[in-house]
Structures are given as structure tokens and as C-alpha cells.
Design a protein around this ligand. Structure first.
Ligand code: ZN
Length: 236
């Protein structure tokens, strides 16, 4: 009888211990791909940096037009190019976590993903003094389980709804066209500030930013955009 009681107590204790975990796991996907809002707000985002050449070029264009944006950094690149990461922080842009080494998430288990997020978080804090709160998964791969894990790591997952495809090496005009044709208030636009091919995004931004400002748009960070309306999950 005593053994049965002890076993019951152990089972209840285990359930109580697991409850917070089960609760978090049951949460819905709160990934953000765009925000429903009444204002003409747009969040420009830059993935895969920092890089001393590309990031600084983007920073110059943003500064020239008084625009704040969000940079989802790879931890390894922050370690390689700490000055470029510091320039982003000093200019007042938002910094997000884009994993430590940008692995294919389909080949990464939950434990490794948590470690990737933790390591990237550590190096961003150490180099820039910033505590990031937004996470963007490599290649936009996401799911409910992953979203819960990201939440457990203290982050909110952010995707996008306008893709410039600037990583593909496409020309300046195509990037400009993709953004100006598709953008509307509450959108999150995906750029990169580190690509292996010819880099056209900074030149495209020289056209995109003034064109949208002329049309009444205002550029904000992703956190500011989320605070300004109702965040919506991806539909793709
Ligand atoms: Zn990436």
C-alpha cells in the first residue's frame, strides 16, 4: 500500500513538473509575418549579417533617409565582424537573433536549435550590449513546435510577407519593383545584408525608401510595428 502511495505521489509530482512544459507546448503559433494596422507603417528587415561592407552600406542609406530597421544577425558573423554589429546597435536599429551558424532547420533537433539560439543571443549581448527579443528562423522554416521552443528561449518568431529575393543576385530594378508593387501598410519586408553574390539591395533602397516616404509610408522596427497593430501569422 505504501509503495502504491509513493508511486502515485511520484506520478502527481511528475505531472506538476511537466504541466508548465505541456502548457507552453500547447500554445498556438504566434509567429508574425505582417501586422494589421491603420497606419502606413513598414518594417524593413535585413538577414544574415553583419558584414563590414554590406551592412555599412545599408546603414548609410538608412541614415541618409532617417530610417530605422531590424537586423537579424547570425551569431558567427557577429563574432567575425563585431565592429559591423556595433555600428548597427549604435545607429539605433533593432537587432534580432538568426541562429549562431544558420543551419538547415529541417536537419536540426530541438536541443540543437535551442543551443543555436542561446549561442547567438550570447554573442549579440556580449558585442552590442543589446538583448534581442525577436527570432527569425533560417529560410523562414517554422512550425508550432518550433514556435513554442522559440518562446521558451524568450523570443518571438518573425517571418515576412514581402520577399525581395535579393539573395538570388537579381538586379536592382527587380528588387525595387518587387517592393513597390507589393508593399502595403503593416508589411514586413525581407532583405539581406550579407549575400554571396553581387549586392544590389543598398542601391535598391536608395529608390525604395524615398518613393515610399513620398507616398506617406513611415519605416519602423519590427517591435514597433508589432506594438502598432494586430500581428498576423504567415499564410504560406
Ligand atoms: Zn538567413
Amino acid at each position: 500500500m505504501k509503495i502504491r502511495k509513493t508511486a502515485l505521489c511520484a506520478a502527481v509530482a511528475l505531472l506538476i513538473l511537466l504541466c508548465p512544459v505541456l502548457h507552453v507546448r500547447a500554445e498556438i503559433d504566434d509567429s508574425v509575418a505582417r501586422v494589421q494596422c491603420n497606419e502606413k507603417l513598414v518594417a524593413l528587415t535585413f538577414d544574415d549579417g553583419p558584414h563590414p561592407r554590406y551592412t555599412d552600406r545599408v546603414l548609410k542609406v538608412l541614415a541618409d533617409h532617417g530610417v530605422k530597421a531590424t537586423f537579424f544577425m547570425i551569431g558567427q558573423n557577429v563574432k567575425y565582424y563585431p565592429e559591423a554589429a556595433k555600428h548597427v546597435a549604435e545607429a539605433g536599429h533593432e537587432i534580432g537573433n538568426h541562429t549562431y551558424s544558420h543551419p538547415h532547420l529541417s536537419r536540426v533537433g530541438e536541443g540543437e536549435l535551442a543551443e543555436q539560439i542561446r549561442k547567438c543571443d550570447g554573442v549579440i549581448r556580449e558585442v552590442t550590449g543589446v538583448t534581442p527579443v525577436l527570432f527569425r528562423p533560417p529560410e523562414g522554416k517554422h512550425g508550432i513546435r518550433q514556435c513554442a521552443l522559440v518562446q521558451e528561449c524568450g523570443y518571438r518568431q518573425v517571418l515576412w510577407n514581402v520577399d525581395t529575393l535579393d539573395w538570388s543576385g537579381c538586379g536592382t530594378d527587380k528588387i525595387i519593383d518587387r517592393v513597390l508593387r507589393n508593399v502595403s501598410g503593416g508589411d514586413i519586408v525581407l532583405f539581406h545584408d550579407y549575400v554571396g553574390k553581387k549586392y544590389h539591395s543598398a542601391d535598391a533602397l536608395e529608390v525604395i525608401i524615398p518613393a515610399l516616404q513620398k507616398d506617406g509610408y513611415r519605416f519602423v522596427t519590427v517591435s514597433e510595428l508589432i506594438a502598432a497593430g494586430t500581428p498576423l501569422p504567415p499564410t504560406y
